[in-house]
Design a protein around this ligand. Structure first.
Ligand code: GLU
Length: 283
């Protein structure tokens, strides 16, 4: 018997769910159903300034209205900082992290001044300013209360992880790990003791996720997650990055652009069956 598939939908409660989120939610739910697997919902709320309980409450109403059924209890990332701290400590103990005191402005200035700035999928990479700071200077800054993020030393991380690491995307096939693709990513932010990359990697492992379904905008992020899995000795799930839903003009539907919310759709008198049909999930 093959092991039970475990699939999750992992939204961030930063606003109302829009049709793009509904598509992603249904995609994950239907993948679990198709595999006769388990379906989990995870609330990714580590960003205390952007995530709100009222958004989460509205999201749960929307998802239930859509017809999704998920296991209880729902994992809320803000309640599991201790798990991320353990992972961060193990990376730090292995000599793979460093404190970064740079402000966004300093980073931008440094990149602008560089003759050639290496770029990743999300733009210019962090130039590594704090990577080589002498230990004494680091300690002085920390003792002086200067805020810092914790970054992954991607060069050392790649060396430690070694060659030949792979991951598999159901649509794009086998991927050879590009360990330096995103450079020295943030593992713990100045305002939060974790980051998206660290929390998502730890949670997917702790929750036993076997298939990560999410939008193609996060395809490149899977390289970081695969690297962290290798460093933390966590299992690697399979991935399925679905195409993003676009409007008639081909523009990606995103919350901040005022994309139609599910709540609006509901208030306009549509029913979930119509929405499933529009999104291509009609039974
Ligand atoms: N929380 C992320 C988002 O809402 C998704 C993370 C993931 O599926 O890995 O964009």
């Amino acid at each position: 018997m093959s092991p039970t598939a475990v699939v999750r939908f992992a939204p961030s409660p930063t606003g109302l769910l829009h049709l793009g989120n509904a598509y992603s939610a249904l995609y994950s739910f239907e993948a679990a159903r198709h595999l006769d697997g388990r379906f989990l919902l995870r609330i990714e709320d580590i960003d205390g300034t952007r995530c709100r309980p009222e958004h989460e409450a509205a999201m749960l109403v929307d998802l239930a209205w859509l017809g999704l059924v998920w296991e209880q209890p729902v994992r809320r990332q803000s309640e599991h900082m201790a798990d991320y701290a353990v992972a961060l400590e193990s990376l730090t103990a292995a000599g793979l992290t460093y404190p970064c005191f740079c402000t966004r402005k300093q980073i931008a200035r440094e990149i602008a001044a560089a003759p050639s700035a290496p770029h990743g999928p999300d733009g210019a990479l962090y130039p590594g300013t704090c990577r080589g700071l002498p230990e004494g200077e680091r300690q002085d800054k920390i003792a002086g209360g200067v805020a810092y993020a914790v970054r992954l030393d991607s060069g050392r991380a790649a060396a430690q992880a070694g060659p030949g690491l792979l991951w598999h995307d159901r649509r794009r096939g086998v991927q050879a790990l590009q360990a330096g693709l995103h450079g020295d990513v943030v593992l713990a932010r100045k305002d939060t003791p974790t980051s998206y990359h660290l929390a998502v990697t730890v949670d997917d492992a702790l929750q036993g996720i076997t298939l990560v379904t999410r939008g193609a905008d996060l395809f490149a992020a899977s390289h970081v997650h695969r690297l962290l899995q290798a460093l933390l000795k966590l299992p690697t799930p399979e991935y399925d990055h679905h195409p993003l839903l676009r409007d008639d003009a081909g523009v990606r539907l995103a919350k901040r652009d005022g994309a139609v919310s599910l709540a609006q759709w509901r208030h306009d008198g549509h029913d979930p069956a119509q929405l499933r049909h529009v999104l291509g999930f009609a039974w």
